[in-house]
Design a protein around this ligand. Structure first.
Ligand SMILES: Nc1ncnc2c1ncn2[C@@H]1O[C@H](COP(=O)(O)OP(=O)(O)O)[C@@H](O)[C@H]1O
Ligand SMILES: [Mg+2]
Length: 424
């Protein structure tokens, strides 16, 4: 028996139809995968089919192992991952509930509300897959979706290091070690987590290396992400004005040149070898705003090219790192990328050097982190309140005494009051 529930009653972000089946789905995942292989024409050069070798269960899903025919182009499957994923989700029950959940509904005027509550309480089930090629093709089918949000806590910190948590996978936390991989490009459509991860990176660096990190924060396109860090003792430069960016970048470049000469003159290859502890981070949010300013971009390119030796690391965030918004040479010097969802495969190729970001689910914080290999991650989320709490001990400009008696957040959010600060 099949029930269909019209989408009009699925409010609160739940759309589409819920198909309820009492006795589970019609065919199993192994059959579906085999059908998708056949229908997609994923065969060997002489038409040989992909054959299942082994199937095994693990906690949270099933792994299917296949033998690939000789001469099989694995790109066909890598690029068609979404076809497999969609195929496995077709006609699956969308919600994880039983008919018995509905037995207690009272069929009065509130029945729609009761129904909605049942639907909202239940988790949306979307199977996700992971592909691996190691002579065989391994397809892991996860029966649970990856979590939509991982709240940050102090266990993400690695004090005394330059290794910052960038994302969560099913297997654990992925970190970007700035002393190893240096610069980072962050791309992604508006509203999917660029500024949020920048705030987390800044907070992590301040907490992990309070005495050694130097921040140069450039917040463009009317952004307000870095405003909260401007009074930290680690913040050496802060601006929200494209017109001020060039002056700041020129200063940083001159300082970087001097540091580099000192390090090399002392006979060291780079800052790490020299044993110097300080590092500089030039962090630009909405960088496209200065992209057509050659005065700024020449310096950005120079930092990307030569900054690593002197300990000047660039974090460059933009909606879409096209050749217009980021020079080719800068991109070549920054292999590490974190990319949230993008409009299409071309944008993904431009940002990541591969497709995939266009197929990410529309979940803020869901991205592809590419370093040596690329993996789907959910960036840890830190609230503004938590940032404020964590960074407070590092603030060097303090509000006037009398301000402490009023509720600061209320005044801040109303936007109609001006603050007065005095230097300590
Ligand atoms: N990792 C995350 N987990 C959960 N929610 C997130 C995450 N990152 C961002 N968000 C949500 O998405 C909103 C937009 O993120 P933001 O970083 O401002 O996007 P962008 O800078 O790319 O336009 C945030 O205000 C927050 O509510
Ligand atoms: Mg932003």
């Amino acid at each position: 028996m099949l029930f269909e529930i019209g989408s009009t009653i699925l409010v609160g972000g739940l759309t589409g139809y819920a198909y309820l089946k009492k006795n589970g789905s019609a065919s199993n995942d192994a059959d579906k995968i085999q059908k998708i292989f056949a229908n997609s024409d994923w065969n060997g050069v002489n038409g040989e089919t992909i054959r299942i070798h082994r199937k095994s269960k693990f906690n949270g899903g099933t792994e299917y192992v296949y033998q690939l025919p000789l001469g099989f182009d694995r790109k066909k499957i890598e690029n068609g991952k979404h076809i497999l994923e969609d195929g496995l989700n077709i006609k699956q029950k969308l919600f994880d509930f039983e008919l018995s959940d509905f037995f207690n509904i009272k069929w009065d005027k509130d029945f729609l509300k009761q129904l909605k509550n049942i639907l909202l309480q239940k988790k949306v089930v979307r199977k996700e897959i992971e592909l691996k090629f190691d002579g065989m093709l391994r397809i892991k089918v996860y029966t649970e979706s990856m979590k939509d949000q991982y709240d940050w806590n102090e266990s993400y910190l690695r004090n005394g290091t330059w290794s910052v948590s960038i994302g969560n996978t099913r297997k654990g936390v992925v970190r970007h070690d700035f002393d190893e991989h240096k610069h980072l490009i962050i791309a992604g459509a508006t509203g999917y987590g660029k500024s949020a991860i920048l705030k987390l990176i800044v907070t992590s660096l301040v907490l992990q290396q309070p005495d050694n990190v130097n921040l140069h924060l450039i917040d463009l396109k009317g952004g307000s992400a870095f405003q909260r860090f401007k009074d930290l003792k680690q913040t050496k430069n802060f601006t929200r004005e494209p017109s001020e960016a060039q002056g700041i970048l020129e200063e940083i470049q001159a300082e970087m040149n001097q540091k580099y000469t000192e390090i090399v003159d002392q006979g060291f290859e780079d800052i790490k070898e020299s044993g110097r502890k300080e590092r500089h981070f030039i962090i630009i949010d909405e960088a496209a705003d200065i992209a057509d300013d050659p005065g700024c971009m020449d310096i950005v390119t120079d930092i990307a090219r030569r900054g690593r030796g002197a300990g000047y690391y660039l974090i460059y965030a933009t909606q879409y790192p096209s050749s217009q918004s980021i020079p080719q040479q800068t991109k070549r010097n920054i292999p590490s990328r974190l990319c949230f969802v993008l409009d299409d495969a071309t944008a993904s190729n431009t940002a990541l050097g591969q497709t995939g970001a266009e197929k990410l689910p529309l979940i803020p914080g869901r991205g592809i982190y590419k370093n040596v290999k690329s993996q789907v991650v959910q960036t840890p989320y830190i609230s503004n309140g938590e940032i404020k709490k964590q960074t407070k001990p590092h603030i060097v400009i303090k509000p006037r005494k009398e301000r402490e008696t009023v509720e600061p957040t209320e005044r801040e959010e109303s936007g109609s009051n001006t603050f007065e600060f005095e230097e300590m």
